[in-house]
Design a protein around this ligand. Structure first.
Ligand code: AP5
Ligand code: MG
Length: 213
């Protein structure tokens, strides 16, 4: 099953992608997590990506597309994957389509997690993230068992550098201008599914499971 998660920053793409990955036994591939892990490890890619991410801008397609195309060609992705945060531009969607067509494959589901902008800023300030394994928590809505420690891998949790309110506003603008058009794109391809992302995490996940059949 090849799944794409669509939705604004903070809509809950990562939260739901992780649940889907566990339930269906397919890898969760998040470009944001890949960039953050490169930043943490001080790689050249990480240094380049950081300048864009800290300003709420998108990392250029040239740095992003090949990375994902290589990742989905790995062995653990042969039965599918859940892509979180990619594609985010029409050229990225075209690059993905092209790579998949070359293998006689296509996207099965594009799940749009819909949350109005007003709800987003509130969520972001309470978010805590694990840079080691990509798990995401919220101090109120989804707290870890032990404060500041990842339930999954035991690493320390951080506040993301791009979760400051001004940067979140910029990310929302970028989302509306560059990423939202993908909703129409996947609607035309007949694979779009929508869920109301303002509901409880478990309710949204139940609806997603029904959509995936
Ligand atoms: P990325 O890491 O993908 O960030 P994003 O799209 O801005 O989305 P977030 O990760 O912030 O939110 P999410 O939807 O995953 O929500 P989450 O589940 O954490 O990208 C970061 C940056 O990297 C980009 O700005 C860009 O610079 C760069 N980048 C990445 N991919 C790129 C690409 N393809 N091309 C170019 N640049 C790229 O949930 C948010 C919070 O809400 C959490 O605290 C969570 O616990 C809580 N929550 C979740 N669901 C609920 C719920 N139902 N009710 C209440 N709280 C909830
Ligand atoms: Mg995320």
């Amino acid at each position: 099953m090849r799944i794409i998660m669509l939705g604004a920053p903070g809509a809950g793409k990562g939260t739901q992608a992780k649940l889907i990955s566990e339930r269906y036994g397919i890898p969760h591939i998040s470009t944001g997590d890949i960039f953050r892990s490169n930043i943490k490890n001080g790689t050249e890619l990480g240094k380049k990506a950081k300048t864009y991410m800290d300003q709420g801008q998108l990392v250029p397609d040239e740095l992003t597309c090949d990375l994902v195309v290589d990742r989905i060609a790995q062995d653990d992705a042969k039965d599918g994957y859940v892509l979180d945060g990619f594609p985010r531009t029409i050229p990225q969607a075209e690059a993905l389509k092209h790579a998949l067509e070359g293998r006689g494959e296509s996207v099965d589901f594009a799940i749009d997690v819909d949350v109005p902008d007003e709800n987003i800023i509130k969520r972001m300030s309470g978010r805590r993230a694990c840079v080691s394994c990509g798990a995401t928590y919220h101090v109120v809505y989804n707290p870890p068992k032990k404060e500041g420690v990842c339930d999954v891998c035991g690493s320390g949790l951080i506040l993301r550098d791009d979760d400051k309110p001004e940067t979140v506003k910029k990310r929302l603008d970028v989302y509306h201008s560059q990423t939202q058009p993908l909703i129409d794109y996947y609607q035309k391809d007949g694979v779009l599914k929508e869920v109301d992302g303002t509901q409880e995490i478990d309710t949204i996940f139940s609806q997603i499971q029904k959509l995936l059949g």
